[in-house]
Ligand binder design. Structure first.
Ligand code: GUN
Length: 278
């Protein structure tokens, strides 16, 4: 089996299944994305989501707002989309420009249309096994780990991240599959000791070259969530790929690993919400 966990190929497979499902079941899923401001990375992510949506047959609606708008305009747009019968899934692209209250804006989304699963009600439901959907990023990572066909049960999974929004669902998904999960802050002085114990290592920090060869054990499964722009055309992850690669049993590349899977899972969750609303 190939050591490189190819997120592009897996995402294409998932999208091809969705395309068939949408066509066979005559579904008309509608996804609305609100993008506030002109952050180039966010513009690029939204463009990728648009292309992929249209490719599988999801009706994609894009709401581009200036960073100078009043918060009430964002809330009014969400209210409009909450009521729009053609819209099954709403996503507010994050991060929002700093002046906006992200929590308040996420809370305004109808929980039934919250395709990220970020609404507090949906986070609570997810932790109680009552959610409609699993948040896209951790779900995409699970699918990548499952591609290895290695057992998750009994393994030590280490998550290196400061983000609770990410760690909580990721940890639950792995704990539910009987992994022993350890969450570690990237600034922890024992980081290397903790990561060296990992059978499955998931890194999401935004720090290039954070994880080096001497911080991982042989035959580890490495999932690199980082996307760090080194110069205009060069993106790398949080893991020092060239030195960690020889020791890993499986590793996700950046780009082409986790990134395409988050798009595929967004589409998967959009179709799921559309079917639930039907
Ligand atoms: N920005 C980067 N990733 C994501 C995501 O998964 N959802 C939203 N809403 N914004 C993002």
């Amino acid at each position: 089996m190939n050591k490189i966990l190819d997120g592009k190929i897996l995402a294409e497979k998932i999208q091809s299944n969705l395309r068939k499902e949408i066509s066979d079941q005559h579904l008309t899923p509608g996804l609305a994305i609100i993008l506030v401001g002109q952050d180039p990375a966010s513009q690029l992510y939204v463009a990728k989501k648009k292309i992929a949506s249209r490719d599988v047959g999801i009706n994609f609606h894009e709401y581009l707002l200036m960073a100078s708008v009043d918060e009430s305009e964002i809330l009014q747009t969400i209210d409009f989309l909450n009521k729009d019968e053609d819209i099954d899934a709403i996503l507010v692209q994050l991060p929002l420009p700093e002046k906006f209250d992200t929590d308040k804006i996420i809370k305004a989304i109808d929980p039934k249309k919250d395709v990220d699963g970020f609404h507090p009600q949906n986070i609570k439901n997810f932790l109680k096994n009552k959610a409609r959907i699993t948040p896209g990023l951790p779900l995409g990572i699970l699918r990548l780990i499952e591609e290895t066909q290695e057992d998750i049960q009994g393994k030590e999974a280490v998550i290196v991240s400061k983000s609770h929004v990410f760690c909580k669902p990721m940890s639950k998904i792995l704990t539910d599959r009987q992994a022993k999960v350890v969450i570690v802050n990237p600034q922890d002085k024992n980081l290397g000791v903790i990561t060296s114990r990992a059978d499955i290592l998931i890194v999401s920090c935004g720090q290039p070259f954070l994880i080096k060869e001497n911080m991982v054990k042989k035959d580890v499964i490495v999932i690199d969530v980082g996307t760090n722009k080194i110069d205009k055309n060069y993106i790398i992850g949080d893991v020092d790929y060239s030195t960690v690669f020889p020791k890993a049993k499986f590793i996700t590349p950046v780009p082409g690993g986790v990134g395409p899977m988050t798009v595929a899972m967004l589409l998967y969750n959009t179709v799921k919400l559309a079917k639930l609303r039907k």
